[in-house]
Design a protein around this ligand. Sequence first.
Ligand code: FES
Length: 185
Amino acid sequence: MEETRVCPCKAMGESRREFCAAIAALGLGAAAVAPGVVAAFSGGFDPIMRGSAAGETPEFNLGALSSLPEDGTPVKKAIIADKQDGWTKYSNVPVGAVWLRREGDKVSAFNVLCPHNGCFIAFDPEGKQFKCPCHNAFFQLDGKQNGSSISPRDMDSLDVEVRDGNVFVKFQNFKFGCEEKVAQA
Ligand code: FES
């Protein structure tokens, strides 16, 4: 029998955004206990340290364009920033990670967290695709879902720009379990 997947966000109608927040909270709760999932990425981080105005999506310099292979092979880069966790502030710690792909002078960027429930998405070099090991979701190299998938949406793309030979990414996390990309608060 064919399985029909109903997005919980749509099923909840007008209250779907609240439901998404609850799903995200559950995802982060699972992250705290599931190996390979970074609960540490869920806290607030300080964009001011990277020159972004408060309220703007913070931008990070992820290094030289020339450091990325030109053939589109994905490279994972950590996002390093100051992190505020309650009353405690940590300096220069990993707050997230992205997959970067360079094809010639064009670069694309994706958040490594799976839109389903926040596990790390890995690169499968043999299959030339991305794979989330938690529930076997597959994504093409352009971030689109590969075949049927439990993930409710494609990988979360991020704004990226090349300036003065360096790759700048506007980094943000999105809520899990929703068909729409909804930025985490
Ligand atoms: S968390 Fe990635 S498939 Fe479930």
